[in-house]
Design a protein around this ligand. Sequence first.
Ligand SMILES: C=CC1=C(C)c2cc3[nH]c(cc4nc(cc5[nH]c(cc1n2)c(C)c5CCC(=O)O)C(CCC(=O)O)=C4C)c(C)c3C=C
Ligand SMILES: [Fe+2]
Ligand SMILES: [Fe+2]
Length: 347
Amino acid sequence: MSEEELPYDSFMLVSFGGPEGPDDVMPFLENVLRGKNVPRERMLEVAEHYSHFGGVSPINEHNRQLLAAIRTEFESAGVDLPVYWGNRNWNPLFPDTLQQMKDDGCRRSLAFFTSMFSCYSGCRQYRENIIAAQEQVGEGAPIVEKVRMGFNHPLFIETMAESVQNEIDTLGVVTSDVTVLFTAHSIPMSMADNCDYEKQLREASRLVADKVGASDWNLVYQSRSGPPQQPWLEPDVCDAIAEMDDQKKIGHLVVVPIGFVSDHMEVMFDLDEEAADLCQQRGIKMGRAKTAGTSPKFVQMVRMLVEERIGKSQQKLAVGELGAWHDVCPADCCQYTPRRPQGVRPT
Ligand SMILES: C=CC1=C(C)c2cc3[nH]c(cc4nc(cc5[nH]c(cc1n2)c(C)c5CCC(=O)O)C(CCC(=O)O)=C4C)c(C)c3C=C
Ligand SMILES: [Fe+2]
Ligand SMILES: [Fe+2]
């Protein structure tokens, strides 16, 4: 039987990983930044952020909760696939997960990446990591195929719109009095030029803003890590807040980390500490919308993306103008060759 004829026999949650104690922080960051043009000072700065929280990122715990919710959702919908979990940067790492899957007899798996938007980091790099892990495991390692990007799935848009509406309600104002800033991880322009990251983010932000009836909204970026000489996606969330507030005085602001699916360290530090401090200094009332996490509609979306691939459903739901994204990435999808700016020495 050829690979394409094998039935899907398992599901894999593919994620980033995070440290679970002080001793994990530096080796984790070294894994994250391997091959990336990021100054050592930035790595140490980020290590400090993790130290603030005892060296523990909540991302692994979030993924454990998401796994449990997916198992329950699969069970109640009759999706009969065992559920596994592997990370790029911290335990459980991909080679260990694939070895376990092989030992359990899995041959062909469907994967959900915890990245809703296409770019090297959230798409191609995971696929490369999995190929490297398959080589490490050797013959008999399961094939892993990702489900399509869910950035414009109606259940993701509804999840985020409900989360934004919650924050507007908590601020106790009408939507027309609120500025909404959608945020995502900044990436180098040389990465952004080879993928649809920005286009998908803008579309998802527009769809969520439309759903809550917000007209004063913008897409901004956070967590930039590159050297100053290298262009990355802008504006930065804090620069955008300061600039908008200088121009027109922001009264109420809702910050929406639409580019992430869990309230991990980058959300807790860059938004809940830095952006929140800035807003407090300027007298802006700020709310931060929760990420999708384990909200029921988001978990249902994962199940539906799986069902459309295993042939249990003929529906491929998508809202807005971009349509359902590709199931199988084209050969040149999300390519990235880091370019070092002139005069910058490798770190
Ligand atoms: C060149 C691009 C990137 C660098 C350098 C980078 C450094 C960096 N990132 C984290 C922590 C996280 N990053 C996460 C997501 C994420 N990171 C990038 C790009 C770079 N990060 C992108 C485009 C994305 C979004 C897509 C994705 O891969 O998920 C996350 C969230 C992961 C998740 O599963 O939710 C974390 C956490 C650190 C600590 C770091 C080092 C300075
Ligand atoms: Fe990152
Ligand atoms: Fe891709």
